[in-house]
Write a protein that binds this ligand. Sequence first.
Ligand code: PAN
Ligand code: ZN
Length: 192
Amino acid sequence: MADFPFTFDMPFPRWIPTRVDNHIIRKLSAMRGQYQDGHAYEEMLKNEDTVIYEVYEVRRPEIAGEFLMGVSVVHPGMVGAEFFMTKGHFHRLIDTAEVYLCLSGEGFMLMETPEGDASVNPISPGRVLYVPPRWAHRTVSTSRQQDLVFFFAYPANAGHDYGTIEKKGFRKLVMEVEGQVQVVDNPRWEKP
Ligand code: PAN
Ligand code: ZN
């Protein structure tokens, strides 16, 4: 039986899709080793396993030709001086791209390739960001009060490789330095 076209809405101001097949809740405990300040991480976790971000997925069969879509919400907050962020990943089929559309909040998309290219792009409402094939991607929420909310779409057979990023993180970190949001080098990546 052929699939029928379908619609869903993303109502302002929360943007949560009216069709959600899977709701992922990613908490602090799932992010061990990703924040630079390990002490601040453990102290925060002792107190509460805070929700860092949520993903509302509109599922489709994970086969070539289909798209997966959804809305991610990265909450405001910090671990030490580092802003809340997604785990970040390469696509398992590394030659697959992704489109993001920022709906509310503010932050950055960190991207890098296995060859060592890196790119950091500010995102704010109305901005579309194209993640080309081969670029790992992570979103960082830098607003003090507001959630960073974005829509995404990517090939349904892309899959996710989290393990590569878990080893050393991304080459860039987004931190608060002297009251300012700053993108800095990740000391776990040694200089060439
Ligand atoms: C997005 C991300 C989502 C959560 O749908 O999966 O924002 O980030 P992590 O998957 O890194 O936890 C996407 O890029 N999918 O491919
Ligand atoms: Zn992706």
